[in-house]
Design a protein around this ligand. Structure first.
Ligand SMILES: *Cc1c(COP(=O)(O)O)cnc(C)c1O
Length: 243
């Protein structure tokens, strides 16, 4: 590494340490305000575009869960990660599932029977059980991943019996252009689904994780009931998509 590069790296890691402290503090406050224990709400670092060295520093600093969005990027980085829990949070095509089996502990973005069936098939083949979350298109946006809210029950009923996978909860990404208030409305709706589904006690459907909230709104998400927040920018700084 040149001196300049290593300086940039050190600055980035120092920022990360500060950011992590602040996010932890704010998560704890929000958890307590929502009547839960701080340890009941988990942080997943959304690491798209973040170099492995920076991610590994984050893991040293105590990050326990990381989430990647793209299969190719995950594959490129996977062998260099420190020992950690890796999850998949991006849009997933069925033909890429094979790359995730044995690498990630949970796929947060399951939104179709076809995708679930492929996860089931390959997990069985590998002698594993994959944890999944069902992604809900809570803003009913066109061209966005996630199952439409009105189709959620039907999808759950279809995928629950599949062997080789276990439904662990729900995930959502509200519309990017929604106001703070609208976003809180979406979070509350998700929390309602979460509670309703939980109360139905469907076999093989566990509502352990409600994954919602990102850099701009993780506190609101926690106040509405999220217990897994996915934070990228607020941890690592703005993303640089150029190489
Ligand atoms: C990028 C990403 C995040 C984190 O977004 P930030 O606004 O950078 O915190 C969370 N969830 C998913 C699915 C993402 O793709």
């Amino acid at each position: 590494m040149t001196e300049k590069l290593s300086n940039d790296f050190e600055i980035r890691c120092r920022d990360l340490e500060e950011n992590l402290k602040e996010i932890r503090f704010r998560m704890e406050e929000a958890a307590l305000r929502s009547g839960r224990k701080p340890e009941d709400v988990e942080l997943l670092a959304a690491t798209k575009t973040v170099p492995v060295e920076v991610i590994n520093r984050g893991i040293e600093l105590g990050l326990k869960h990381i989430g990647e969005n793209k299969v190719q990027e995950l594959m490129d980085k996977f062998d260099s990660y420190r020992e950690t829990d890796v999850q998949f949070i991006g849009h997933l095509q069925s033909n890429k599932v094979k790359y995730l089996i044995g690498r990630v502990s949970m796929i947060q973005s399951v939104d179709s029977e076809k995708l679930a069936a492929e996860i089931s098939r390959l997990s069985i083949k590998a002698g594993r059980i994959m944890d999944i979350l069902v992604e809900v298109n809570i803003g009913r946006e066109e061209n966005k991943s996630g199952v439409m809210p009105e189709a959620l029950w039907d999808l759950l009923e279809k995928i629950a019996p599949l062997p080789g996978l276990c439904v662990r909860g729900l995930m959502a990404i509200p519309p990017f252009d929604a106001s703070k208030e609208e976003t809180r409305g979406f979070f509350s709706k998700m929390a309602q689904y979460f509670v309703d589904i939980k109360s139905k006690r469907i076999d093989n459907v566990n509502m352990d994780y409600l994954s919602m909230g990102m850099s701009d709104d993780y506190e609101d998400a926690i106040l509405c009931g999220a217990n897994l927040v996915r934070v990228g920018t607020a941890l690592f700084g703005p993303r640089n998509y150029k190489k």
